[in-house]
Design a protein around this ligand. Sequence first.
Ligand code: ASP
Length: 317
Amino acid sequence: MNYGTIATWRMAHDGVIKANELLQNSGSSDDALEITVKSVEDYPFYKSVGFGGLPNAKGILEMDAAFMNGDTFQLGAVAGITDIKNPISVARKLSHEKFNSFLVGQGATDYAIEEGFEEKEMLTERARKIWSNRLDDIKKHNLSAYDGHDTVGVVTLDKQGSMTAGTSSSGLFMKRPGRVGDSPLSGSGFYVDSEIGGASATGLGEDLMKGCLAYEIVRKMKEGLSPQEACDQTLYSFHDLLTKRYGKAGAFSLIAMNNRGQWGVATNVEFTFSVGNQEKEPAIFIANMGNNHSTIIEPISQEWLDAYEKRIKAPIK
Ligand code: ASP
């Protein structure tokens, strides 16, 4: 029986391990997805998702998340939710609502509280310091405010053949209050159909939304392309199109898995991800853009992992 989990960035790896243990024991793709995302949301040193995430320009941590089941197409999403421990769980709950399944801002937070989801002050002292240092730097050095973002995007497949996709993100650091990216938007940040496969995105939401790339990858897999072919053909041609028509393409990366547990990724920037399936234990890889619309994928080195660990935990003055 096939099963698997693929997720964006090195930060997802511990969650992917937990998810695949569950899937191996015949757990559901929905539960596996939630476990993966929660483990990232709960970890204080990841600056772009959940607890410890970086705030908007006003110092408020606004979070986006989405959850989609590929059997029924039920999907739920939140955007700009504040001080709720696990936005992904709220999105999952909303996926069961026939109406009002995508809530934003105070409405999303109120819903979560009413439904008994755990409230928590999500802005850490460390994130607040990074924010206030950044404010100074922006003033002094005229830097771009919008540096630093990474969404956890996940696709899971269970032994019963069900698939789930989802995302969680604090969006762009220093974003305008109310700004929403691709992550909670179906077709852009994620999409899944259990009869085909699923995909999810990370990167500059403003540009990802211009291409609806997650949906496009699933559509190409339906036409018979492998996940890797679908990712390569979708991402690099959109990168070229955007460069031609809009002048510039932001950084973005996509992951995909089909309903046999085969997977693929494409990216226009250095990109790490974690993946495991019925054949191989979860492992972290690093991907880069290759020649002629291809992707170079290599196992991560210990050196890279050590430097990453040091970087995310470095003291903040
Ligand atoms: N896609 C996210 C957003 O634009 C950020 C990221 O994944 O880097 O909100």
